[in-house]
Ligand binder design. Structure first.
Ligand code: URA
Length: 229
């Protein structure tokens, strides 16, 4: 059975039947938030489906990991402690996250105690179910640059990343831009802000350095220059 061609990509029938079928990001957000999705085990303990925040006109899409307790209350990604750090890190280069970015997550439901299931196969199953939503969001937004925060977001979007290997070192991959047919400039892999929160003084200069390394594609995506503070 043939899939549809969207943005030059062939969607499988599997992906097709899991689509929300929205024609705008606002419709997508409302419908997914109200969908009562039960496609994976994370749905069993969640209080609320957390979809997105930021600008539906942005050219930069950010993909995080999963909502925490604050996000579950506000219904918006990155509104808790990691979110404050995330806003602060991008402010250091003159990016206003809600205006300049569209912000989404790999998983839309908060895992119990903020810990993903211990079985990697269960994690990958949940990721695959939720990926259908992410693909629909990418099709609606058509970002020119996707920023993956942390290894789950990166593994979800870049299938050459050996997520399941115990010898994989995030440090060998992070800070680089990877080609992808999901966006014009590809996928920029950055450290997750929750990791930075734990050691901000040492890690935030590295995060900023990784952004500055790709200043050309970020500025082209923003349509303006960055101001490094
Ligand atoms: N961390 C994430 O990855 N996403 C959120 O929404 C909040 C914290």
């Amino acid at each position: 059975i043939k899939g549809k061609i969207i943005m030059g990509r062939q969607l499988s029938l599997f992906e097709d039947i899991n689509r929300i079928g929205a024609t705008s990001l606002a419709e997508f957000r409302d419908k997914l938030a109200d969908s009562n999705c039960t496609k994976c085990i994370l749905s069993e303990s969640r209080a609320r489906i957390v979809v997105s925040r930021g600008s539906p006109d942005a050219n930069i899409m950010v993909v995080g990991r999963d909502p925490g307790s604050v996000e579950e209350k506000t219904g918006r990604p990155f509104t808790g402690p990691a979110g404050l750090c995330f806003d602060r890190l991008f402010d250091k280069v003159g990016i206003v996250t809600n205006q300049d970015m569209y912000i989404s997550n790999t998983f839309r439901c908060r895992p119990p105690n903020n810990k993903l299931p211990s079985s990697v196969n269960v994690v990958l199953h949940c990721m695959k179910q939720c990926k259908n939503y992410l693909m629909e969001e990418i099709d609606l937004l058509k970002p020119s640059l996707i920023v993956a925060l942390g290894k789950e977001a990166f593994a979800n979007l870049y299938d050459k990343f050996p997520y399941q290997s115990t010898t994989t070192k995030v440090g060998d991959w992070v800070g680089n831009l990877y080609p992808s047919d999901l966006s014009k400039y590809g996928i920029l892999f950055l450290y997750h802000p929750a990791y930075i929160v734990r050691n901000e003084n040492a890690l935030s200069p590295i995060f900023v350095r990784h952004i500055v390394k790709h200043i050309d594609v970020i500025e082209k995506s923003l349509g303006r220059g960055l101001v490094i503070k």
